[in-house]
Design a protein around this ligand. Structure first.
Ligand code: OOG
Ligand code: NI
Length: 466
């Protein structure tokens, strides 16, 4: 019976909490980051009323959701891994949204974000996982490509129990509470760190030389989670605290500049840690070495933009980056941020302008205290008169230029070659066994639904007033 099944939103919340506990033990600096973000958020929430235009918080539920809100990232090696992972995420109510081609930034992967898609599920727990698939065809050395392929084809990253519980959930339509708990524990195994590499040191170094990311994906037993990102309400303050705490923060904050009305996503990270690993040697012993893959990141989320808004964002970012590109050593960080802010003056910075110019998505609320008549009035008159209010819809996705910046800062900031390859969304979807969902369609639906709800409420208010 359906009612015996654990709600996928609860399974996802348990999974996010379990991963977070695991990662706190694996990467203590992550625990430090959580403390910083919690402090900053608590301060921000006491400073400013919720719903204030300066706050990115968009609904009452969001306050609860923010304290547990995270995204994580993994990098997979094969189509089979991606399609199985997609099935496991589906058990937790997470669907692939958006396609990100990172090869344009010389990172040999393409990606999607697994996340909940409905307003209710998002406010219950918005956990997302940025999931990348390695593009082996971008390894130029064909012998090395074959080695990597053979290594990937030999590994199995999922426990047998995780696979059988996924099959069971698909056939029965869900998992009961006990099986759901077991499922969460089994899926966590896939994300765990393994310090014992599967390849000898020479192979590891050959893979590193081809691309650091290839070595990270191919050399280990599983796709260890490489970061978990809490959401902050003030990323500039949190970045300052990161530095005060001695965390090696990235030179600049990725994404749009600081604004009164935050848009999309601003992110910063601390660089990957150098961790001890061991490589099997031909003599049967172990060779010690190091690997840098895992890091910490924080983010501030703002309003989701419409396709027009996104075009304007992309144009402005492009223009800003044409005049100044951030140096990895931070030497021009202030100049980069100042220039970005100047260029973004063109992007309207009030919610009402962004609404009227259809640059961002909003939900509408009926003002219960409104006394006048609303019959026959247009949306814009209802907004002018205060019968309706606007709340920006939170951006739930990622940004390819920012993601490339995050990848690169963790790959040693080395200058990448300008190798570009055609984006291959179709190939990604074929590997995954399903299509990615269009994020704009999801946001548009949220806005339309809220407008319909308001119209119904206004009609009933109007008829009871008569
Ligand atoms: C993913 C990097 C992208 C973000 O927040 O944009 C990302 C990775 O390093 O695997 O997490
Ligand atoms: Ni991230």
């Amino acid at each position: 019976m359906t009612s015996d099944f654990q709600n996928p939103d609860i399974i996802r919340a348990h999974f996010a909490a379990a991963l977070s506990s695991m990662y706190k033990v694996e990467v203590p600096a992550y625990a430090q980051l959580i403390d910083i973000v919690e402090q900053v958020n608590a301060e921000r929430l006491t400073q400013e009323p919720v719903g204030n235009v300066r706050s990115p918080v968009t609904s009452d539920e969001d306050i609860q959701r923010i304290s547990v809100e995270r995204h994580g990232a993994i990098r997979l090696g094969t189509a089979e891994e991606l399609s199985m992972m997609a099935r496991m995420f589906a058990v937790m109510g997470m669907e692939p949204v958006g396609y990100y081609d990172l090869s344009v930034a010389s990172v040999p992967v393409h990606s999607t974000a697994f996340r909940p898609t409905h307003a209710e599920a998002l406010s219950s727990n918005p956990f997302r996982v940025f999931t990348s698939l390695l593009r082996l065809e971008l390894i130029e050395d064909s012998a090395l490509r074959k080695t990597a392929e053979a290594l990937l084809n030999k590994r199995s990253i999922f426990t047998e129990k995780a696979i059988s519980l996924t099959n069971q959930a698909e056939i029965a339509g869900g998992l009961d509470a006990q099986d759901a708990n077991r499922f969460v524990a089994e899926v966590c195994e896939t994300f765990r760190w393994h310090s014992d590499a599967r390849v000898d040191r020479e192979t590891f170094e050959a893979l590193l030389n081809s691309h650091r990311l290839i070595a990270d994906v191919v050399s280990f037993k599983g796709p260890h989670i490489n970061h978990l990102t809490p959401r902050t309400l003030d990323i500039d303050a949190a970045q300052d605290r990161m530095r005060e705490a001695g965390l090696p923060a990235k030179a600049i904050i990725e994404g749009p500049p600081r604004r009164s009305c935050p848009i999309l996503l601003r992110q910063t990270a601390f660089k990957a840690l150098e961790e001890a690993v061991s490589f099997p040697s031909t003599s049967g012993g172990l060779t010690p070495g190091t690997h840098t893959a895992r890091f910490g990141e924080i983010e501030q989320r703002g309003a989701a933009l419409t396709p027009q808004g996104r075009r304007l964002y992309d144009q402005l970012l492009d223009r800003a980056r044409q005049s100044i590109l951030p140096e990895a050593d931070g030497s021009n960080a202030q100049a980069y941020m100042d220039n970005l802010e100047a260029v973004f003056q063109e992007f309207p910075d009030t919610w009402r302008e962004m609404h009227d110019q259809q640059l961002a998505y909003f939900s509408y609320q009926v003002n219960k205290d409104y006394q006048g008549s609303t019959a026959g009035k247009s949306l814009s008159v209802l907004l002018d008169e205060g019968a309706l209010t606007l709340r920006p819809v939170t951006y739930e996705d990622f940004l390819p230029v920012s993601a490339a910046g995050i990848f690169q800062s963790n790959l040693g900031d080395s200058k990448q070659d300008q190798h570009q390859d055609a984006s291959n969304r179709y190939e990604f979807e074929t590997a995954m066994g399903r299509a990615v969902i269009d994020e704009f369609a999801l946001y548009d639906k949220m806005q339309k639904e809220s407008w319909v709800r308001c119209q119904q409420q206004l009609t009933s208010m109007h008829s009871t007033a008569l």
